[in-house]
Write a protein that binds this ligand. Structure first.
Ligand code: SF4
Ligand code: SF4
Length: 219
C-alpha cells in the first residue's frame, strides 16, 4: 500500500521534518510505501498569539499547500525524501521529553467548575479522549495528554488550567476569529525575503510553497 502523510505543527521546516518518523516506522512494519509528506504550519496556540494578518497568510499558504498535495497525490508524483540526520536527532531528543511532559502535566490540569458551563467542547475536541466527567459531574483528565491545547484553546470560559505551561505564561486562550480574519484585505505578503528576526524561518517554507504552486498551476 502507498501512503502519504500530512501533519501540522506551529514550527516551520526543518524543525519538525522528522516528527513523523515513529509513525512511519510503524507503517513500514505493515508493509506500506511512503510516497508523500506535507507539513502544514498552523498559528500558535501556546507561547503567544499571532497577528491576524499573518494568520490570514498562513491559511492562504496552507490552502496552496493543500492544492499541491491533492495534485501530487492524484497524479502519483512522489515528494518524500529520507529525513536528514539532524532533524532525526532533534526529533529523538525532543519527542520523548515532550511525551513524558504531556503525561506529567496532565496531573496538573484542572477545570474551574465555577467558570465552567459544561458545554462539553473540551471533551469533544480532545484527540486522545483524555477528558471525562467523573461521577460527580466534575471534568477530569486522564494522563494521556499530547499538550495540543485544543481543550483550553476552545474553552469559551477560559476555565481550564493547563498546568505548568500556564504557570510559565504560555497560555493562549480562545480560538482565532476566522470570520474576522477572512474579511482582512490581504494585499501584500507578511513574510518576504527581507523578513528578519523570529519570522525569518518562514521565508524558505513559504517560498517553496509559492514556487511549487506556480510551477503546477501557473499562479
Ligand atoms: S470547554 Fe470549558 S466550559 Fe466547556 S465543558 Fe470544558 S471546561 Fe467547561
Ligand atoms: S491538551 Fe490536548 S490532549 Fe491534552 S487534554 Fe487538552 S485536548 Fe486533550
Amino acid at each position: 500500500m502507498k501512503v502519504f502523510i500530512y501533519k501540522n505543527s506551529g514550527e516551520t521546516e526543518h524543525a519538525n521534518d522528522a516528527s513523523s518518523k515513529y509513525v512511519l516506522r510503524k507503517l513500514r512494519r505493515d508493509g506500506v510505501i511512503m510516497k508523500n509528506e506535507y507539513h502544514f504550519i498552523m498559528p500558535y496556540n501556546i507561547h503567544f498569539r499571532f497577528d491576524n494578518y499573518l494568520v490570514k497568510e498562513m491559511l492562504l499558504m496552507d490552502s496552496m499547500l493543500m492544492d499541491i498535495l491533492v495534485y501530487e497525490v492524484k497524479n502519483g508524483i512522489a515528494n518524500w525524501k529520507p529525513y536528514k540526520l539532524w532533524p532525526r536527532l532533534v526529533s529523538a531528543v525532543v519527542s520523548r521529553p515532550q511525551y513524558i511532559g504531556g503525561n506529567v502535566n496532565s496531573f496538573l490540569y484542572k477545570v474551574d467548575m465555577d467558570k465552567c458551563i459544561d458545554c462539553g467542547l473540551c471533551i469533544k475536541r480532545c484527540p486522545t479522549k483524555n477528558i471525562y466527567h467523573d461521577e460527580q459531574g466534575v471534568i477530569r483528565f486522564h494522563h494521556n495528554c499530547l499538550m495540543c491545547m485544543r481543550c483550553s484553546f476552545y474553552c469559551p470560559k477560559d476555565a481550564i488550567h493547563i498546568g505548568f505551561l500556564e504557570d510559565w505564561g504560555w497560555k493562549v486562550n480562545g480560538g482565532y476569529d476566522f470570520k474576522k480574519i477572512e474579511k482582512i484585505n490581504y494585499d501584500k505578503p507578511f513574510i518576504t525575503p527581507q523578513t528578519t528576526g523570529f519570522f525569518k524561518c518562514y521565508v524558505e517554507t513559504y517560498d517553496k510553497i509559492r514556487s511549487r504552486h506556480k510551477e503546477i498551476f501557473g499562479e
